[in-house]
Design a protein around this ligand. Sequence first.
Ligand SMILES: O=C(O)CCC(=O)C(=O)O
Length: 253
Amino acid sequence: MQKFTVEKLSGAIGGVVHDLDLALLDDDDFNRLCDAFWQYQVLVFKRQALPIDQHIEFGKRFGRLHTHPSSAGVDGHPEVLLLRNRGKSKTITEVWHSDVSCEEQPPSISILQCIESPPYGGDTLFASQYGAFGELSDGLKAMIEPLRAVHANFGMEATHPVLRTHPETGRKALYVNKGFTKYFEGMSVEESRPLLNYLVEQGSKPDLTMRHSWEAGDIVMWDNRCVMHYAVHDYGDMPREMHRVTIAGERPI
Ligand SMILES: O=C(O)CCC(=O)C(=O)O
């Protein structure tokens, strides 16, 4: 058993884990780590540099792995998503999103490892959607409670509740995002846009966020069921490479 500790990174979201080597995780460590993860929603692990097989093994502890519907994997490992700088105009992650929410059963957890970081920039922002829900007025909470929204991309479409209940914590989180959510069921795109924009704006307010500046070997994991994230592209053509292992999720309820 490793005597790791978790240090809080911001008021609403995120913790950095100290004194834990993910390559040496035993079952007790894993259970304690899960408890911390459900609480912090995002966990940062510095100086890990896990070989690809160990990155995959760590992911498999949380469940079946997800393969991205359209983006390529690392050679020989289709379940490890390869994210390389292909220029700002081709970046699809520089928008507030929850991973692949256009699937009927979107991924639950994403585990990103930095292989190469640019000399500056390339940070990732994370926002607590528990916090986003919690800060809405009772009137708006009641209004959006019955709503469902259509999420679409990569030639697929799924309809999910606007408020989802986390299967591990039982807490309610706002579940709409800029990247995938198109309109509310039963309403037009135009009718939906003002409220949708408002909810994503509320859900990404600075006091609900944390920001990670990457170094090679860092691992950050987030819970897509209660977190939106945004990859800042401010590093021009400089190389940046990340590997993502993603865990298959359940139908949002
Ligand atoms: O590259 C990053 O920092 C985040 C990537 C991302 O948004 C994703 O994996 O969905």
